[in-house]
Design a protein around this ligand. Sequence first.
Ligand code: NDP
Length: 252
Amino acid sequence: MTEARFFEVLLWIWLASAPVIFFSLFFIAAPYGRYRRGGWGPELDNRVGWVLMEAPSPVLFAVLFWLGPHNGIATAWAFLAMWLGHYIHRSFIFPLRMRSGGGMPLSIALFGLLFNLGNAYLNARWLFHFSGGYAEAWLLAPQFVAGVAVFGVGFGINRWADHVLRSLRAPGETGYKIPRGGLYRFVSSPNYLGEIVEWCGWAIATWSLPGLAFALWTFANLAPRARAHHRWYHESFPEYPSERRALIPKLW
Ligand code: NDP
């Protein structure tokens, strides 16, 4: 099988599996964080788990950038900066700052690792090889400009919302509290909303099927979890604000 054929098959598997993941996760909450439970095999420290599953993504993306024949163009550097801007934080800074001392099933970390390898491969190989390269003029294309703006807004929301959650616990604390203020007035999981907006921005800026697949996967992963968090907050805190929605302000 040629690499082009492999890429095509993997991309279609990626696109087709997003709806399967979406519907499955409404029935089975991924067993990390507040849904951590037995029966998922051996566990490892959750900070180690986050590094293990996320770090391969920026590394593989950077290697494929370096190997790609179309990496000399400014547009390629812009995509590299966006990817690394997100993933260096997610892989190394976010886990080290987490205030949760729990464990995570190794099986979940390995699933995340596999997803991140496939996702980084599809996106980087498309951008720096199979697309034929994005010309410098793409930097001024409406898709790129709008996509980068959306990506930036999502990135800002995600970082801010994760910071609010982290600030709820003093060092050593492990319980849960009701987050308040900003977008938390409207939705239970603005960190997930930000992440989804961010990768929608990526899909627009790259105007590509791998970018779209990533946005769909992010939604498939996080929308069911946002609903589960919302229900969990209502069950755990009788005083939980009733006007707050799960993920989309005023709607859902
Ligand atoms: P959560 O919102 O469940 O938790 C984030 C952190 O905040 C955890 O350390 C958690 O502790 C803590 N926390 C959450 N709620 C509270 C609360 N009410 N009181 C005190 N502490 C709280 O997010 P995830 O762990 O699921 O995800 C982390 C990041 O990774 C997010 O930014 C998310 O967008 C991103 N992500 C992206 C995915 C994608 O497909 N692109 C998939 C999954 C995550 P504890 O661990 O103890 O629950």
